[in-house]
Every structure is written in structure tokens, then in C-alpha cells.
Write a protein that binds this ligand. Sequence first.
Ligand code: LER
Ligand code: MN
Length: 282
Amino acid sequence: MIRSAVTLSLVSEARGGPFVFWDDLPQAIDRAAELGFDALEVFAPGPDAISPAELGRRLRDAGLGLAAIGTGAGWVKHRLTLTDPDPRVRSKACAFVRSMIEWGAAAGIEAQGAALPAPAIIGSMQGRFGGDVAKESALGWLADALNELAAGLPETGRLLIEPLNRYETNLLNTLADGSALLRSLGVSNVRLLADLFHMNIEEVDSATALAQAGVDVGHLHFVDSNRRPAGSGHLDLLPIAKAILKMGYDGYASAEALPWPNPDAAATQTIRLFRRLFPRET
Ligand code: LER
Ligand code: MN
């Protein structure tokens, strides 16, 4: 079953970014639950933003899961990436991501039980190659980091790696780039995050790309071509939804979208379209 989620950012440096709810965790939880979302996806400044026990308890009390947690604060706040040429920076980046993995896992378990530690998303923390760093070196460092981080996950834990559009990275731009990286890893608990906004820029055809990536896809950012809520841009979402259903995807479709025209309207529009595209009987 495909489940719905909506994003909350607690990172002031990310202001203007594609998150539906901002700053206020209790309010985001209330609205997400009232609108009937299955879960929240949380972008936090670090593992000390709120204790995992409290985050998990608040979600559980509202009947919500924790779909995933973002690690991009390591980049936007601390300028760390997993592919920095300086090994000390890479090591700090890895430590930051590990602290977020542990935070998300604990909060997810508190919210939804031992079998469901929330996965951590590696998006902007993948960095980019250039200057003295060749693409092969950067991909090698990224693979090393993913192998190390994924090996430390709880048994049912997952790590999500997100291909981004060319203006944000030159490492993983398409789902096929992501699948090739997964094949090079020595672990089997890393999945791709398919973000429909990035895919609209980079893929030849998003429905085909999803079908080809198949079981590699573990999470979806459900959003339109202009990064407004799904249904507010020019994406042809019907064939994309059909491909997602046909490949047997059973993860989250999470609204990582601009709060346009405001958070409440963005969330409402998303959940309405989600229900039309992914009816519960399917
Ligand atoms: C960044 O553009 C993005 O899509 C986020 O999900 C990255 O963590
Ligand atoms: Mn995304």
C-alpha cells in the first residue's frame, strides 16, 4: 500500500525551500493528522532539535508515522558533504549523517514500532565533483560512506539516496545513476528516493524511469514540475502514478513541495490528489 506523507522543516537556513510545513512541530502534526496523512517527513537542524522519544510520542499520539528524516542540514548549516576532498570534512559529514540516522531510527521506532525505524535521506549531502576531484573519486567516496553508514543500520533500517537535478549536484542526476551506484555497494539496505521535481528536469520520461528503477525505489517525493504541490504544475501525473502502482511500490509518497499558496492549501491539495491517484483499494 502506498502511504501519504507531508514535509515539515525545522531548519531556518532552508527558508524558501520545498517544505509544506515550517517551524511548528505540534501544529504540523495536528494539520497532517486532521487532513488524513499517514505520516510526517521531518527536516531537522540536527539530532538535538527534539528528542527522538518526544518526536515519536507526539507522532504516535496523533496516529502518524515518521516517513523519513532529511540530513541536508549537514550541508545547509555546516557545509559538510560526503564527497568533500578533505577527508576530515568527509568524516565529519559521515558522523553528522550517522547521528541523524540514529535519531530518525529511534523516533520512527517510538512512533510506529521496532520494525519501522525511519529511513534517513541523503540528498544534498552527496556533494559534487569538480576542481581536483574526479567524478570516479567522488562516487567512490560516496559509495564508501553509504557502505559504512548502511552497515550500521538496525536490521529493518534503510538509507535513501536521492538523485538531484543538475543545478544541485553533478553526481547522481537520474534514477539510473542511482541504480548503478546501488549495484556498486556491498550492502542491500540502500534505496533510491525518486523526487518528481528533479526527475522532471533530468529524466527522458519519468514513468519509464520509475518502471526501470523498480524495486530500487524506496521513497517518493510527490511534487509537481514547478515544485509546487502535485497538481499545480505541468507534470502528467496519471502515467507516473500508473507506473508507480504497476511496479508494486509500497513506500511513501511524500509532499516535498513549496508551501504554495500556503501550507494548509498545499497539504490539502496534495492529499486530495494522492487519494485520486492512489485509491486505497489498489
Ligand atoms: C533537495 O532538492 C531535495 O529534493 C531534498 O529532498 C534533498 O534532501
Ligand atoms: Mn527531494
